[in-house]
Design a protein around this ligand. Structure first.
Ligand code: GLN
Ligand code: ZN
Length: 767
């Protein structure tokens, strides 16, 4: 009989309970015991939401990030926090978030100084961020007996949960980490394996039958050393008395199929949504006694599964494999919201096409019943599913012939801007009159309680349109005046009116629907609520012009209009799966283009098109990059190339690496690009050693993910490093990213230091 299981459940809570509990704890408003109790109650609730499954994941809960949890379980704490006082949880949050020397003094453990946060980067091609494990030649591992995983296991046991512990596999753990010296992290494998083995033995002693080891790097292009590491690792575990389910997801195994099939594990999970063509050839390679787990429900998107079609496909496999066939969502449900039933205002028609985590597990149960006892038993469910699948396919809400016609006519003329960069730069500099090392920010300023309150009162109908407009204008004016006082050169309006850089546009574009509680964890306590792109896209009216025009009216300094780019809107939405993503992206590009032209018309001299998510949309396999980058860059061109030479186009990206896409970034031909670099100490600029980036660039000098205020000397140091690669006349000075999650009392000193550093640079003769 087919077994059903889950790879991971969202930990944040249907109403973001974990977020609020964490933030209260960090502010000192609640105790550690309260935080821990909340964690336990969420786990209990989530386990019970998964009842009916044959195996329930345990260890998927985390107070910040599962990769950081793994580092702590393995005793791999960065050197800089090891000597600190306080308990594990204190150290855990120190690594996750960093701590300024100032807040350390004010805190209880006055003996422990400030500390830098661990580097954070995106989890494969998702918008989830993990804390990068740190290694060096001396790294030793030691199993932490008080690890949260083991605590969760005993908790699950007490509650009678059919638990399957979930841990990150050793090879992926090493591969995702970073050596902080010039040692080779692969050399650590021999020190790492005994500790993993000890952990697996411990779980075996607790009576665990199956352990899920996540090794998603198996869906990427692997060097031979990593392939060898897989063999070494899983042979090392061969005699451990617990069954291993090796879990891969986010794509097909392709050339790694043979390797994976040959590893001495008891079962393998593959992503049959993103790697459906893998299933048959992989099955042919897999020994009969092994279990094959198929991810047949999309763990990354929210559309209802076509249950009838899925059954047509897996029914023969179920017959062939019996209880050696398991089915599950394609990956952890961390990447989709918790429960559709929470939605009260979601467009009814669109809602009927959607499944969140809880609903996806219901789909799984229907599939299992059909496979076990025959489809007749679940006929009503299957018929209902067919009705909605057909309704969505044929809905007039999805198909807009007018939009399709414009897309059909897109031609090469929408390629380049009127003149090359050098000519544009001369005209822009004549208009804008900026000093060397111009200073600017990335767009948003702190989203204060006042702002959020005005927005929610407006949404709830407690504040009328005029009242809301006045409140936002007050915020914009405050923000503009603060920037003038700090002495920034290119100002922004501060994005007070935006709840989120993507949702804001989703709310106004035709073809989008918005959920109320469709939250997905992005990092730590930060969640995003991706809007739902269900149909053809069009822009019924200008979306940002009024606010930005107002800000410009308050200052003589140049104002930078803020828009989110088409690729980022696409990558941070839940996107329809019934047409190529490139087509949806071109539709978005046309809508944002219209907005760009309206801003220009309104007299806004600088326009920033954020493409924060361009890199994370890169396919996991290199041979698919060209196609993706091709339509991504074309979308950017469609968006920007209608403006005059005098209008300065900025773009912004928040990544810690882009060496490998630098030519595409250059091809986008933005006049200025601002990027994230502060935490990685300008390492990112390595790309500029071999590639002469032609336009202007602002490497971030203020790590906005941390409450720490950067000192002027530190900013100078970073800018000097940047100056080794990029001529001064093409350098800008700016933070890593937007400031919405920060407080004014952090932002003002930080930006003041930044402006002071820029002034020193201007007079330092390094020009
Ligand atoms: N303009 C946006 C902001 O400042 C950019 C955010 C981002 O890149 N993630 O908030
Ligand atoms: Zn950013």
């Amino acid at each position: 009989m087919t077994i059903i299981h889950n790879l991971g459940f969202p930990r944040i809570g249907a109403k973001r309970e974990l977020k609020f509990a964490l933030e209260a704890y960090w502010k000192g408003e609640s105790s550690r015991d309260e935080l821990k109790a909340l964690g336990a109650s969420l786990r209990k609730r989530h386990w019970s939401a998964q009842s009916g499954l044959d195996l329930i994941p345990v260890g998927d809960f985390s107070f910040y990030d599962q990769v950081l949890d793994m580092s702590f379980t393995l005793g791999n704490l960065p050197e800089r926090v090891k000597a600190f006082h306080g308990d594990q949880l204190d150290n855990y949050f120190r690594v996750a978030r960093g701590r300024s020397a100032k807040s350390a003094e004010e805190g209880h453990a006055a003996c422990c100084s400030g500390v830098d946060a661990g580097e954070m980067t995106k989890w494969f091609d998702t918008n989830y961020h993990y804390i990068v494990p740190e290694f060096n030649a001396n790294t030793e591992f030691r199993l932490d007996p008080s690890s949260l995983l083991l605590e969760q296991m005993s908790e699950a046991k007490m509650q009678g949960i059919k638990a399957k512990p979930v841990i990150i596999g050793p090879v992926t753990y090493l591969a995702l980490g970073k050596a902080k010296d010039d040692s080779n992290k692969i050399d650590l494998l021999s020190r790492l394996l005994p500790v993993y083995a000890e952990l697996l033995e411990t779980l075996a002693e607790q009576g665990v039958e199956w352990v899920q080891l996540d090794e998603p790097i198996l869906v990427t292009d692997l060097h031979d050393v990593w392939k060898d590491s897989f063999e070494r690792t899983y042979n090392y575990f061969k005699n451990i008395k617990v069954k291993l389910l090796l879990a891969t997801y986010f794509g097909p195994l392709l050339e790694n199929r043979r390797l994976v099939a040959s590893l001495p594990v008891d079962g393998v999970h593959i992503d049959a949504i993103n790697g459906r063509d893998d299933v048959e050839p992989f099955l042919n390679l897999l020994a009969k006694e092994k279990t094959l787990s198929l991810g047949v429900i999309n763990g990354r998107n929210i559309w209802k599964t076509d249950l009838n079609a899925t059954l047509d496909w897996i029914d023969p496999l179920a017959r062939q494999l019996g209880s050696h066939l398991w089915i599950a969502p394609s990956c952890s449900l961390l990447h989709v919201p918790v429960d559709l039933d929470s939605e009260e205002h979601l467009d009814v028609e669109v809602k009927s096409w959607i499944a969140f985590s809880v609903q996806k597990l219901e789909e799984l149960k229907i599939l299992a019943r059909a496979l076990r006892y025959g489809r007749a038993l679940v006929k009503a469910d299957l018929d209902a599913n067919k009705t909605v699948i057909d309704a969505r396919r044929n809905s007039v809400r999805v198909n807009n012939p007018a939009v399709k016609a414009i897309i059909g006519k897109l031609d090469g003329k929408r390629g380049q801007r009127n003149s090359p960069y050098a000519q544009r730069a001369a005209k822009q500099s004549a208009c804008l009159q900026l000093p060397l090392y111009p200073t600017t920010t990335i767009g948003s300023f702190p989203q204060t309680a006042d702002i959020r309150q005005a927005r929610s009162r407006f949404k709830a109908g407690m504040l009328d349109e005029a009242g809301y407009k006045a409140a936002m204008q007050t915020e914009i004016a405050h923000c503009v005046h603060k920037q003038e006082a700090i002495g920034l050169d290119v100002l922004v309006h501060g994005e007070a009116e935006r709840n989120d850089m993507v949702e804001y546009f989703g709310e106004q574009l035709e073809g989008y629907a918005l959920s109320q509680f469709g939250w997905v964890q992005s990092y730590g306590s930060r969640c995003v609520k991706p809007p739902i792109l269900f149909g053809d896209i069009s822009r019924p009216y200008p979306m940002t012009v009024e606010w930005i025009k107002y800000a410009q009216s308050l200052t003589r300094k140049p104002l930078k209009g803020m828009l989110t780019g088409p690729v980022t809107i696409l990558n941070w939405s839940f996107v329809r799966d019934d047409q190529p993503r490139s087509v949806s992206c071109y539709q978005l590009a046309l809508a944002i283009r219209a907005e760009v032209l309206d801003l220009e018309e309104a007299g806004v001299p600088v326009i920033q098109i954020d493409e924060a998510a361009l890199r994370e949309g890169l396919p996991l396999r290199k041979d698919q990059w060209k196609e993706y980058l091709g339509w991504a860059v074309k979308s950017f061109h469609i968006t920007t190339n209608g403006v005059k030479d005098e209008t300065q186009i900025h773009t912004h990206m928040c990544y810690s690496e882009f060496n490998d896409i630098i030519t595409s970034i250059a091809e986008m031909d933005a006049d200025v690009i601002t990027i994230e670099t502060a935490r990685s100490n300008m390492e990112l600029l390595d790309a500029f050693d071999s590639f002469n980036y032609p336009n202007e660039i602002g490497p971030g000098v203020y790590d906005i993910h941390s409450p720490n205020v950067p000192l002027k000397e530190h900013i100078l140091h970073l800018m000097m490093k940047a100056g080794e690669r990029i001529p001064a006349r093409r350098l800008w000075v700016n933070p890593d990213c937007g400031l919405k999650t920060r407080q004014w009392n952090e932002v003002i000193p930080a930006l003041t230091n930044m402006v002071a550093a820029a002034k020193t640079l201007r007079t330092s003769g390094r020009n």
